[in-house]
Structures are given as structure tokens and as C-alpha cells.
Ligand binder design. Structure first.
Ligand code: HEC
Ligand code: HEC
Length: 207
């Protein structure tokens, strides 16, 4: 908010027309655009593989939008979902990203329901020990380490992202330092069975 305010002020200083001109020149951000894929109230939409945005930490949301916009995410030819998202971010100005963060923060956070089958949470618990160092023992996330909350996110999305990290579709860009850290860690899960086990354990956690 403060940043937007300061930015608006600096624009006013620069433009001859004064306060009102700066206000009217800024195009409002059209929110329908995101909910088309991410679902009403940003709760996620499995049909198009677009994850839950409601409840997402503002710092993580900002970084992902910036990474998509900078072509650091959603560029691998096999990353089908990332390729769907990237053009949505390339159109965003810094001001629109600020607006999106305020807007997403206004949605009520309701944890996603468990949908995946076939995972063994007892085995997943053992695997999750290595994840907790960064994502927290309740999968609540850790801003200082740049690791987002996993609890409450759509489980099908966690599965896809872990597969993408494992296959090198995500986290492979040289500028994506946080993605690279995660890409190293995903190897401890080894395969799809490991991924299902750990996500079925994450489903038992709440932040
Ligand atoms: C055409 C459908 C579509 C639209 C429109 C769309 N998205 Fe997405 N978005 C996706 C898909 C699919 C993914 C999953 C990408 C992946 O798997 O890497 C995604 C991923 C994301 C992520 C990454 C989440 C994470 O946990 O890493 C963010 C943040 C995001 N979208 C925000 C937005 C915002 C904000 C808008 C509106 C400006 C928007 N999206 C519009 C389809 C869309
Ligand atoms: C060294 C710290 C670290 C460890 C350990 C770690 N992660 Fe991560 N993880 C991260 C970071 C940092 C990100 C954010 C990457 C980015 O910005 O693209 C991340 C992202 C993720 C994502 C993507 C979430 C989203 O919304 O897009 C998933 C899923 C994930 N981690 C699961 C795990 C699992 C499961 C484990 C254990 C096998 C694990 N992580 C271990 C640091 C870690």
C-alpha cells in the first residue's frame, strides 16, 4: 500500500497535470482475467491445473509473478501448465502486481480438500522430515528461506510441481535461485511414489 502510494506520489511530481492526471492515467487491473482460470475467490481449478491463490503469501506470489514475467518459469517446452500461465504474467506492470497482491489478500483462506489417492502418509512423514527444514514442520512456509506454505494448497498442484521439479521443467533457469534449491531437494523423493507419499502426508498438516 505504502509503495503504491509513494509511487503515485512520485508520478504526480513528474506529471504537469498534477494529482488527478496521475490517477486517471493508470489503467485499472481487470481481476476477472485471473479468476477465469484460478477459480472463484482464487480457490484453484483442477480442470486447467491452475492452483489456489487465496492464502498465498504475498512475497511468494510476487516472486512467482516476477519469475513468469522474466521468463524464468513456464519456458520449458514440456511445462504445459507453466506455458499457459507465463503470457498472463508478461502483461503485468509493477503496479498491477501490487494491485494483485492487495486483491488476493482480500480473499478468505479456506484450505483445499484432499483429492489424491494412492499415497502412504506414514511413509510420506519420513520423507517430509527433509522438507520441514525449509517449509516448516506444519508446512506453514518460511519467508526467510523463501519456501512457501504447502499446507492448504491443492494437492494435485503440489504433485504436478514436484514432478516438474524432478523432471527439470521447473527450477532449471540459471536466474531462478529459489527454484534451483527446490530442484535439488526434490531428488530425495526419487519418483512418483515418493511424491504421492509426501503429498498425502502434507494433506494431514494444517498451518
Ligand atoms: C489461462 C489460464 C490462467 C490465467 C488467466 C491465469 N493463470 Fe495463473 N496459472 C495458471 C496455471 C495453469 C498455473 C500453473 C503453472 C505451473 O504449473 O507452473 C498458474 C500458476 C500461477 C501462479 C504460481 C502459483 C504457485 O504456487 O507457484 C501464480 C502466482 C498465478 N498463476 C497467478 C495468476 C494471476 C495473478 C493471474 C491474473 C493476472 C493469473 N494467474 C491468470 C493458469 C492461469
Ligand atoms: C533448502 C530448502 C528447501 C527444502 C529442504 C525443500 N524445499 Fe520446497 N521449495 C523451496 C523453495 C525456496 C521453493 C520456492 C521455489 C520458487 O520460488 O520457485 C520451494 C517450492 C516448493 C514447491 C512449489 C510450491 C508452489 O506453490 O509452487 C513444492 C511443492 C515444494 N517446494 C515441496 C517440497 C517438498 C515435498 C520437499 C521435501 C522433499 C521440499 N519442498 C524441500 C525450498 C525447499
Amino acid at each position: 500500500m505504502l509503495k503504491t502510494f509513494l509511487l503515485a506520489c512520485s508520478l504526480c511530481v513528474m506529471c504537469v497535470g498534477g494529482v488527478n492526471a496521475a490517477e486517471t492515467e493508470r489503467e485499472p487491473f481487470d481481476d476477472r482475467y485471473c479468476t477465469t482460470c484460478h477459480g472463484a475467490d482464487g480457490r484453484g481449478n483442477e480442470g486447467v491445473q491452475a492452483p489456489r491463490l487465496a492464502g498465498m503469501e504475498s512475497w511468494y506470489l510476487r516472486r512467482q509473478l516476477e519469475n513468469f514475467r522474466a521468463d524464468m518459469r513456464g519456458v520449458h517446452p514440456q511445462d504445459i501448465e507453466g506455458i499457459a500461465m507465463r503470457p498472463m504474467a508478461t502483461k503485468l506492470s509493477d503496479e498491477s502486481i501490487d494491485d494483485i497482491i492487495d486483491w488476493v489478500g482480500s480473499w478468505e483462506y479456506v484450505p483445499a480438500e484432499a483429492t489424491i489417492e494412492g499415497g502412504d502418509p506414514a511413509r510420506g512423514r519420513g520423507l517430509y522430515g527433509g522438507c520441514a527444514v525449509c517449509h516448516g514442520d506444519r508446512a506453514q512456509g518460511n519467508e526467510s528461506l523463501g519456501a512457501p506454505a504447502l499446507a492448504g494448497q491443492n494437492d494435485w498442484y503440489l504433485v504436478t510441481q514436484l514432478k516438474n521439479f524432478l523432471a527439470g521443467y521447473r527450477g532449471a533457469h540459471p536466474g531462478d535461485t529459489y527454484g534451483a534449491q527446490m530442484r535439488t531437494m526434490v531428488n530425495t523423493l526419487r519418483n512418483e511414489a515418493g511424491i504421492l507419499n509426501v503429498v498425502s502426508y502434507i494433506n494431514t498438516l494444517s498451518r
